[in-house]
Design a protein around this ligand. Sequence first.
Ligand SMILES: Cc1cc2nc3c(=O)[nH]c(=O)nc-3n(C[C@H](O)[C@H](O)[C@H](O)COP(=O)(O)OP(=O)(O)OC[C@H]3O[C@@H](n4cnc5c(N)ncnc54)[C@H](O)[C@@H]3O)c2cc1C
Length: 394
Amino acid sequence: MNEMASAFDADVIIVGGGPVGATLALALAQGAPSLKVVVLEAQADAAARRDTRTLALSHGSRLVLERVGIWRKLTAVTPITQIHISQRGSFGRALLSAEEAGLPALGYVIAYTELQHALHTALQQCGARYMTGAQVSEVIPGTAAAQIHFSHEGTNQTLTSRLVALADGGRSLQDIPGIVRESRDYHQAAVVCQVTTELPHNHLAYERFTEDGPAALLPSGEGYALVWTATPERAAQILTLSETEFLAQLHAHFGDRQGRFLQAGPRASFALSLRKSHPITRERLVLIGNAAQMLHPVAGQGFNMGLRDAWELSRQILLSAPEAIGGAAMLERYVAGRRADTQGGIFFTDLLVRGFSNRLQGLRQARGLALSVLDVLPPVKSFVVRRMIFGAKG
Ligand SMILES: Cc1cc2nc3c(=O)[nH]c(=O)nc-3n(C[C@H](O)[C@H](O)[C@H](O)COP(=O)(O)OP(=O)(O)OC[C@H]3O[C@@H](n4cnc5c(N)ncnc54)[C@H](O)[C@@H]3O)c2cc1C
């Protein structure tokens, strides 16, 4: 394919070596080693990231990570075999189980840094050109070629490509001609940290809806990864509590199901909003992962959806003749292939956040009913589980 790339510096340039961009690069490097792929990552030392996020990977994401050879390199993965869903102060609860779904696990919990470390190592060894400390400042779509400007080791550089995949997490490159960013502020923030509890987790995860937002406990190593959603003011206050006070307030908030909370690791908080870019393609440019859509973590869907973006894009690139990479027809096929999953996932996540985080009495009863129905009707349960695991194609 390289002889066809001569008018371009690369066949595909990936901006951002986070989990979504890195997975796309690995899928391309393995599927077509002759493809010229360049990955530009802003962080100089991608292996030394400090990020307290914990990701709940779906079984579908495991399959993608297996295919790109990363899964077997992950050492600290905790399976989730059951998920207990409830709401504070009202009836209704549902229990989802891997056994009922006929799967080894409903999902897997992993630290963002652990996954990123494995991806970073694999990127260094695959055929892609992986540049760290490369900060992209501008992306210019174009019918003849897409162009990017970036700085690396003190010099400003320009590259052209058949296709640029923007996987920058959606925070850095805001002014791309023709791309509009929409956002909905939920007026919520998530406090995240590791906690240990009196009772062992036995691979059971909890999702507990409260009027201020959901609280999730995800089995992680010997303890739990906590995602405690609250108003931004309350989240700021939670960060300042002493450990003893924090554990006591968490117990009061979450309840007694795991006994007492014994210890907590360092706390951090993230502002939560829904952000969408549209359109997600321009001439020879496509946005994937958080650059395309950033979701509330309530349903643990953000990364899983981004990984499906990366996988589908790699399929479309690998199925295209070199001269068709980045062309309008290829990008249309990609958009069509992702539409139902993305729209469904955004709608479902937004519905959960808005429907389950309020004090309206009527809605509280409707929620209780919805959880009870989910618990007792196997077809509904199976639909929800498959959707969580595989997205719209479930
Ligand atoms: C509190 C919290 C909990 C979450 N929990 C879950 C969960 O349980 N399950 C789940 O699926 N998802 C979860 N998510 C979402 C998940 O973290 C994101 O969906 C995922 O990290 C997106 O990956 P990404 O590669 O698109 O972006 P990122 O992870 O943001 O990576 C972007 C990369 O691009 C690089 N970059 C940025 N700008 C530039 C530039 N200009 N030039 C070059 N490089 C650049 C960055 O350094 C970074 O490496 C959670 C999010 C939060 C906030």
